[in-house]
Design a protein around this ligand. Structure first.
Ligand SMILES: NC(=O)c1ccc[n+]([C@@H]2O[C@H](COP(=O)([O-])OP(=O)(O)OC[C@H]3O[C@@H](n4cnc5c(N)ncnc54)[C@H](OP(=O)(O)O)[C@@H]3O)[C@@H](O)[C@H]2O)c1
Length: 249
């Protein structure tokens, strides 16, 4: 379902990790609903620029920002750079960026732990903190978690599930802290979604698909539509939404 009624007209959104996968689909969906969009990336400039051109083709403004979420200054700085690009405002933050490092507990190094926590937790905290300081009433913070915070289907997920579970606590606490200013915070938990991180033809795909009620991977656009809904929702905060094809059922 990709029809638009322009309910985000005049809003400015920042989507972290918006050059591919769920982030790219979200950037496009928010633009289709009327938002101007900044997106961050770290490696693939040309993919980020492709998303910018696609947003512009929808008649919205877009900017690609190279900002490594593992770097504290860059994670927070993306917010100021977004505001600079779009007249000083930020209305919607989508904390999409995440790294999906899976592996046996005994194989995970200290460097792995630090890297995953820096991107999946510290970066999300710092970007959210910076965004909250800019947002006015109507601000929206939407974070991308994972179905593995609700059901861990097998071994290998300790670090990833731990990191993403922190985001549920962050979301609920942000909802309480920012509610009085008219800012909402919610979290979306995707199931297996066909992206570069987790391709639907990858070696572990059949097992993941089989754990959903539909027996298939989801599409990035199916996550993006829920994110867009939350960007426009007024009386929803501190909530968790599964977009997982029944993975947690
Ligand atoms: N796919 C799934 O099955 C699934 C399921 C549950 C949850 N999720 C979550 O959904 C989110 C998006 O996943 P995805 O599957 O769309 O991932 P993806 O295909 O790997 O895309 C990741 C995006 O994040 C950017 N990125 C990676 N590291 C970054 C960093 N340190 N700083 C800034 N940007 C960075 C990438 O940009 P570059 O190209 O420049 O690196 C890219 O735009 C993640 O939080 C993931 O944990 C995914």
């Amino acid at each position: 379902m990709t029809t638009s009624n322009g309910f985000l007209n005049g809003r400015v959104a920042l989507v972290t990790g918006g050059s591919r996968g769920i982030g790219a689909a979200t950037a496009l969906r928010l633009a289709r609903e009327g938002a101007d969009v900044a997106l961050t990336y770290v490696n693939d400039k040309s993919a980020a620029e492709d998303v910018v051109r696609s947003v512009e083709a929808l008649g919205r403004r877009a900017v690609a920002l190279r900002a490594d979420s593992a770097d504290a200054e860059e994670a927070a700085g993306a917010v100021a750079r977004t505001a600079e690009a779009f007249g000083g405002r930020l209305d919607v933050l989508v904390n999409n960026v995440g790294v999906g490092l899976l592996g046996p507990l005994e194989n995970l190094s200290l460097a792995d732990v630090d890297r995953v926590l820096a991107v999946n937790v510290r970066g999300v905290f710092l970007t959210s903190q910076a965004a909250a300081s800019r947002m006015g009433p109507g601000g929206r913070i939407i974070t991308v978690g994972t179905c593995m915070t609700q059901r861990v289907p097998g071994p290998g997920g300790t670090l990833y599930a731990m990191s993403k579970s922190a985001l549920t606590g962050l979301t609920k606490a942000l909802a309480r802290e920012l509610g009085g200013r008219g800012i909402t915070a919610n979290i979306v938990h995707p199931g297996p979604i066909d992206t570069d991180m987790n391709p639907a033809d990858g070696p572990f795909a059949a097992g993941q698909a089989g754990m959903t009620a539909f027996g298939r991977f989801g599409r990035a656009e199916e996550v993006a539509s829920t994110v867009a809904h939350l960007a426009g929702a007024d009386y929803v905060t501190g909530a968790e939404f599964s977009v997982d094809g029944g993975h947690a059922a």
